[in-house]
Design a protein around this ligand. Structure first.
Ligand code: ADP
Ligand code: ADP
Ligand code: ZN
Length: 215
């Protein structure tokens, strides 16, 4: 099962991908999580990426293409993968095609999670994140104990890029650079739209109905 979870920032890609990865026992590959881990560890990649991430800009394509190529060649991807946050530009999508051809793991589907801009702003501004990759929402998906992660117990924090002005910038970057990929993947016959407005559970069951076809 080889899928991309596609959609604007705040659509619920990370939330769904975590559950799907458990349900289907395939890896969840989030470029945002990988980049943030590099920022925390202070690697060269992290130092370079942070300048873009804090402003809500995209990290340059060549950085992301190298990163995803390495990740997809790890052994856990033999059974499939769920990509979250990649690709975000046409050059990234072109590179992905080449990489997947080489490892003979072509995409089954690009699941496009649709959510209105107004709802995205609400979701992102109330998001609280954990270093383990879990995310919560202060109103829509609160942790069992306020301020702490259900899974690992660590303190939750608000991402720098989840501040109102940066949210607007990220949505603008999405519309300009990433949204054109909907046409790109429609032309390849891979897009499947999902209504992302409902509860976490209802979105999950819609996606499972799609993914079950590729088991
Ligand atoms: P969200 O889940 O809210 O959409 P991500 O965690 O996917 O955010 O990404 C956070 C930031 O990391 C992006 O705003 C961007 O700076 C950087 N980033 C992540 N993935 C990519 C990518 N494929 N190409 C370029 N930059 C990326
Ligand atoms: P993305 O990875 O697409 O940026 P996240 O999965 O991090 O999005 O979700 C963004 C925010 O919205 C988080 O605070 C999350 O708890 C919340 N959220 C996710 N799915 C839903 C949903 N179906 N309804 C309400 N809130 C949601
Ligand atoms: Zn955690």
């Amino acid at each position: 099962m080889n899928v991309v979870l596609f959609g604007p920032p705040g659509a619920g890609k990370g939330t769904q991908a975590k559950e799907l990865a458990k349900h289907y026992t395939i890896p969840h590959i989030s470029t945002g999580d990988i980049l943030r881990a590099n920022v925390r560890e202070g690697t060269d990649l992290g130092i370079r990426a942070r300048k873009y991430m804090d402003k809500g800009e995209l990290v340059p394509d060549e950085v992301l293409i190298g990163l995803i190529s390495n990740r997809l060649s790890e052994p856990d991807c033999v059974s499939g993968y769920i990509l979250d946050g990649y690709p975000r530009t046409v050059p990234q999508a072109d590179a992905l095609r080449g990489i997947l051809e080489q490892i003979s793991k072509p995409l089954d589907a690009v699941v496009n999670i649709e959510v209105s801009d107004e709802e995205l702003v609400k979701r992102l501004s109330g998001r609280r994140s954990c270093n383990c990759g879990e995310s919560y929402h202060i109103a829509f998906n609160p942790p069992q104990k306020e301020g702490y992660c259900n899974v690992c117990g660590n303190d939750l924090y608000q991402r720098e890029d989840d501040m109102e002005e940066v949210i607007r910038q990220r949505l603008a970057v999405y519309n300009d650079k990433t949204k054109p990929l909907i046409d790109y993947y429609t032309d390849m016959g891979l897009i499947v739209n999902v209504d992302g407005a409902g509860s976490v559970e209802s979105v999950f069951s819609q996606i499972c109905r799609i993914m079950d076809q590729y088991k």
